[in-house]
Write a protein that binds this ligand. Structure first.
Ligand code: ATP
Ligand code: MG
Length: 385
């Protein structure tokens, strides 16, 4: 039995445990808020502190990239951490991320790194409006971002960013990355695995829709082969450069036939949750296989599949389960506005069938809690007709 310690005790560790148990894996989670090792499905069960967790594990991995650097160092010193602390830190710092992309000559949005007011002014001169400013550290779900649409907003935005940076709790200096807003047609992501032997397996590109900066719907359906090949090449370049092991997610903007990388996530990713029903081997299982040195599982799309995120709600009408090929995945989290509480996966044998089921589910959901889902579902159905 392989023993895996996950840094972070949220829904991703939980789903790794659910995927790992048929493989006879023992998954524990390190809760960074309490500094205790817990059972991913029953956090009241405690298995000691980080040192105990490290000693008891065969492999250590992470479910999020904002892990304190001293924790990463302690794990890496054991020789059990996969992916490496370098890869995790890159995912948690947009400055390092941009440097990696430049280094690998991977296309991304034009950007400027900002450390001072002088850099801020330089960024405004160098990039065309609108510009998006992102905190280098601690950003997720659209938090720590400011959009500059007209020059008059500059002073106010600078002040807000300055205050945000001053409040940073991070162990390394906070900073800002200014990026050209990209007039993208679609947002896509590629989730893939690279194992300890260098084997690579990627899932089909996923189309993602965000609402208020948070992922609301992902859709996995056959995509154009040239985009898939482009994304696969980027995945191979980045993971080989980092000698990466585990699941890596790459978020892209599609502009015409070109993919620009938005950001990378050195972990299982929300836009890959559909793999639980759309493929033979979900991302959680493939992450565990990759870090435990097992052969990777099939990543082909079996059936067109969509995922709807449940955000800030702790219940949905149970009737959604009456629609064929719908599965619910709750995370057992306390209800809080804006919090990811669970997700719904929906499959169809054809895209038309998926579109019809997606609409049936969307009709049952409260439009206040799922503001754009019905619109997106209707649009998807229209594209089928
Ligand atoms: P998450 O970690 O949840 O994916 P995040 O907070 O790390 O999100 P980003 O993915 O960088 O932030 O940005 C959130 C969203 O803002 C993107 O999915 C995209 O819709 C929009 N966005 C970000 N950067 C740009 C850009 N340069 N041009 C246009 N839109 C952008
Ligand atoms: Mg993102």
């Amino acid at each position: 039995m392989k023993k895996v310690l996950v840094l972070g005790a949220g829904q991703l560790a939980r789903m790794m445990d659910l995927a790992g148990s048929p493989l006879n894996m023992d998954v524990k989670a390190f809760d960074v808020r309490t500094n205790k090792v817990v059972h991913p499905l029953a956090p009241e069960l405690i298995y000691g502190d980080l040192t105990d967790g490290i000693n008891n594990a065969d492999v250590i991995t992470a479910e999020f990239e904002h892990v304190a650097h001293d924790t990463l160092a302690q794990c890496e010193a054991s020789g059990k951490l996969l992916p490496s602390s370098q890869a995790i830190k890159i995912g948690g710092d947009r400055r390092l991320e941009k440097a990696l992309l430049e280094n690998c000559q991977v296309a991304n949005a034009k950007h400027v790194i900002i450390d001072s007011k002088a850099d801020f002014d330089k960024a405004i001169a160098a990039l065309n409006l609108p510009i998006i400013f992102k905190s280098a550290l601690e950003g997720y779900d659209g938090k720590g971002q400011w959009r500059l649409k007209s020059a008059e907003q500059a002073e106010q935005i600078w002040q807000e960013m300055y205050d945000f940076i001053a409040q940073s709790q991070a162990s390394v200096p906070q900073g800002i990355v200014a990026e050209q807003m990209v007039p993208f047609e679609r947002e896509l992501s590629l989730v893939g695995a690279r194992s300890t032997t260098g084997e690579i397996a990627v899932y089909p590109l996923t189309e993602n829709h965000h609402t208020n900066g948070i992922l609301s719907v992902s859709l996995a359906a056959p995509v154009c082969q040239s985009l898939q090949t482009q994304a696969h090449k980027v995945f191979t370049k980045l993971t080989e450069k980092l000698d990466y092991v585990g699941i890596l997610a790459i978020e892209f903007f599609q502009v015409g036939e070109q993919l620009l990388v938005n950001e990378i996530a050195p972990r299982v990713h929300n836009s890959g949750h559909w793999t639980q029903q759309g493929t033979d081997t979900c991302q959680f299982e493939n992450h565990l296989r990759a870090i435990c040195g097992l052969p990777l599982g099939n990543t082909e799309l079996n059936r067109p599949t969509a995922m709807i995120n449940i955000i800030g709600e702790d219940s949905v009408p149970t009737d959604v389960l009456a629609t064929p090929s719908v599965t619910m995945h709750w995370y057992e989290k306390e209800k809080r506005a804006g919090r990811k509480m669970g997700h719904i996966n929906i499959s169809g044998n054809t895209q038309a069938e998926l579109a019809q089921r997606l609409n049936a589910v969307a009709q049952l959901l409260d439009p206040k809690a799922f503001p754009e889902v019905a619109h997106f579902a209707a649009q998807y159905q229209e594209n089928q007709n």
